[in-house]
Design a protein around this ligand. Structure first.
Ligand code: B12
Length: 299
């Protein structure tokens, strides 16, 4: 974990060290203390503060961040999609990570960036193989850049306390698409969930086994690949097997809707964006925290 002194954060956002110390002592920024009693700010806490207050980070390198404002000004989703597509198809990994980090620091939401420009750019890249002999290679490279970018963003999100509810999920057997579940775990972590991403090609029984063992409060399943006849998704069975847990099953992805059982199972929900996931999981998280407070006798 990277830590910053109040002076370093102040330099990065053009604010005096004394103001920062005052805000820390007011409780507006959480810190830990060194053995000598000096205030130290965890990088994710600094990022949270910068985003919440709308500060411009004039020199991200002071924070040890790879961030650029190359495309920050162009906040129109269509234009951003174009820029993402351009950097990803040209394999510009460093620039892509820096641009997305810059957008995040400038206050863009993760769900908004994923549902908008990232999804648009990757959908276009998924069409390249039709008429570009290098299309598949470009798609593989773009996927790798997305995976690394999502991993980098994860390091900027505060680590949730142990008493937070846990979400578990992944993609089903035969589905090798990694990016959607990485997006889900990142969006949930940003909200304050603990998350356990089982990744791609996860056996159905492991959704249940891990959710039971770890005490999940939410299970997700991302269905991107077309299920073959031999592996039609047993979503109602999965929902039934999870029904004894306080863990609704949320499915999403391009093949989620066509796999929904009829009649619907009461424990099973479908959504098709990070925005919908955010709305749903925010409600669950609030209910969980309220219940914990009630059990702990907090008024
Ligand atoms: C990257 C990619 C790959 C990579 C995957 C690498 C990896 N390890 O992750 C590679 C190249 C290996 C690959 C392989 C294949 N792929 Co592929 N792939 C893609 C691509 C280009 C991007 C997918 C992606 O990550 N997008 C970015 C994420 C963020 O967006 P998203 O997936 O749209 O998800 C959004 C929503 O659906 C939703 N969402 C998704 N999951 C969930 C879950 C929950 C709970 C919620 C709430 C929301 C949600 O939120 C997301 C953000 O808005 C898509 C193109 C496309 N249009 O999707 C094709 C695509 C999905 N693949 C396709 C195909 C056909 C294949 C292959 C069969 C190709 C082949 N012949 O080998 C194999 C299948 C492998 C398998 N069995 O899984 C087709 C599927 C067509 C169809 N009819 O279903 C697509 C659409 C490409 C195309 N246009 O033809 N693929």
């Amino acid at each position: 974990m990277k830590y910053l002194s109040p002076k370093q954060l102040g330099q990065a956002i053009g604010v005096s060290e004394s103001s920062l110390k005052r805000w820390i002592d007011d409780g507006q920024i959480s810190v830990s203390r060194t053995a000598g009693g000096h205030r130290r700010i965890e990088l994710p806490e600094a990022v949270r503060f910068v985003r919440q207050r709308g500060y411009t980070v004039s020199d991200p390198s002071v924070l040890g961040l790879t961030a650029s404002d190359d495309i920050t000004g162009r906040s129109d989703t269509g234009q951003l999609g174009e820029q993402f597509h351009d950097l990803l198809t040209r394999g510009k990994d460093k620039q892509f990570i820096a641009a997305v980090t810059g957008l995040y620091l400038a206050g863009h939401g993760l769900a908004e960036l994923i549902d908008g420009p990232l999804r648009t750019a990757m959908a276009r890249i998924g069409e390249l193989w039709h008429n570009n002999p290098d299309g598949v290679g470009i798609e593989h490279r773009a996927t790798d850049i997305c995976i690394r970018t999502l991993g980098y963003l994860h390091t900027l999100v505060p680590y949730p306390p142990e008493d937070r509810p846990l979400a578990v999920g992944g993609a089903p057997p035969g589905d090798i698409h990694l990016i959607p579940s990485l997006c889900i775990s990142l969006v949930l972590a940003e909200q304050g969930w603990r998350e356990l991403n089982l990744g791609a090609n996860t056996p159905w029984d492991q959704f249940v086994a891990v959710a039971e063992r770890e005490g999940a409060s939410l299970v997700w399943c991302s269905m991107t690949a077309e299920p073959s006849a031999s592996r039609t998704a047993p979503l109602s069975t999965l929902a039934q097997r999870l029904a004894h847990l306080p863990a609704p099953l949320m499915v999403g992805g391009r093949h989620a809707a066509d796999q929904m059982p009829r009649p619907p199972h009461p424990n099973l929900y479908a959504a098709n964006s990070m925005n919908e996931l955010t709305i749903f999981s925010r409600g669950l998280l609030a209910a969980h925290l309220a219940k914990n407070n009630h059990n702990n006798g907090v008024a």
